[in-house]
Design a protein around this ligand. Structure first.
Ligand code: CTP
Ligand SMILES: C[C@](O)(CO)[C@H](O)COP(=O)(O)O
Length: 238
């Protein structure tokens, strides 16, 4: 790891892309499904590689990924680095990536973790996150306040209660934390579904940076159509 003295922190992206996309039910992992003529993952990678704040973009692929090599990624430039070190869960994949890049980064560098499954990431999402967290002790994440009334279901799918939504936010990515803090947090919280919850489990309070609903996660088949519409209508949505 590089020395910390007088170090102006750099920003690196880690993109976990080692999932199988089981809820999508497609013949191949959703990160490689076609979206506007390109593999879905290409869209977020292209925005991350073009971001002036970001030095390198590490993509964490599964150890036996056979799809990555089928595409030409050269148009994204030399910031892009594939790492074949994915794990059984998203947290394992991110931690595998953090361990693999240990020799390339300093402890205080910022890591932006972004789901491969969020193809509608826009430059202004990155700008806002980096700007609002620049002087934060802990770091934070893009998120949106919950807009609907929330119900908790019982075992028979009847409403057991209405959950107050005050102060509830939906977590998105990127999630941005210092390298050493994130690595330690994930090493202690292997069941975390996002980086922020690992940081929370370590007793810290990530900052919520308000994003918007366009940065959706493609989870089910309908989401692919929504993502296509968002990308095609991007200019009108700012
Ligand atoms: N072992 C895993 C599981 C998930 N991911 C990545 O984490 C992101 C968010 O996960 P999710 O949407 O749950 O993707 P999948 O695990 O692929 O989907 P599913 O849960 O439906 O199988 C995705 O970019 C996915 O590729 C990963 O890198 N390694
Ligand atoms: C990290 C995340 O995108 C935050 O909303 C999300 O938790 C990842 O998806 P998963 O279904 O929990 O793996």
């Amino acid at each position: 790891m590089r020395a910390m003295q007088n170090h102006h922190p750099r920003h690196y992206a880690i993109v976990p892309a080692a999932g199988s996309g089981s809820r999508m039910g497609a013949a191949r992992p959703k990160q490689y499904l076609s979206l506007l003529g390109r593999p879905l993952i290409h869209h977020a990678l292209s925005v991350l590689c073009a971001a002036p704040e970001i030095d390198k973009v590490f993509v964490v692929l599964s150890v036996d990924d056979r799809e990555w090599a089928r595409y030409d990624w050269s148009a994204l430039g030399d910031k892009l680095v594939p790492l074949f070190c994915g794990g059984a869960t998203r947290a394992d994949s991110v931690l595998g990536g953090l361990r693999t890049i240990a020799g390339d980064v300093a402890q205080s560098d910022w890591i932006l973790v972004h789901d491969a499954a969020r193809p509608c990431l826009a430059p202004w999402h990155i700008d806002k996150l980096v700007r609002e967290l620049a002087h934060d002790e802990v770091g934070g994440l893009l998120a949106v306040p919950v807009a609907d009334t929330l119900k908790r279901a019982d075992a028979h799918r009847h409403v057991a209660e209405t959950v107050p939504r005050d102060s509830l936010w939906q977590a998105q990515t990127p999630q941005m934390f210092r390298y050493v803090m994130l690595r330690r947090a994930l090493e202690g919280a292997s069941d975390a579904t996002d980086e922020a919850s690992a940081i929370e489990a370590a007793g810290l309070r990530p900052r919520l940076v308000q994003g918007d609903a366009t940065n959706l996660k493609v989870t089910y088949p309908l989401d692919l159509h929504l993502a296509e519409w968002i990308l095609q209508n991007r200019e009108g949505l700012k």
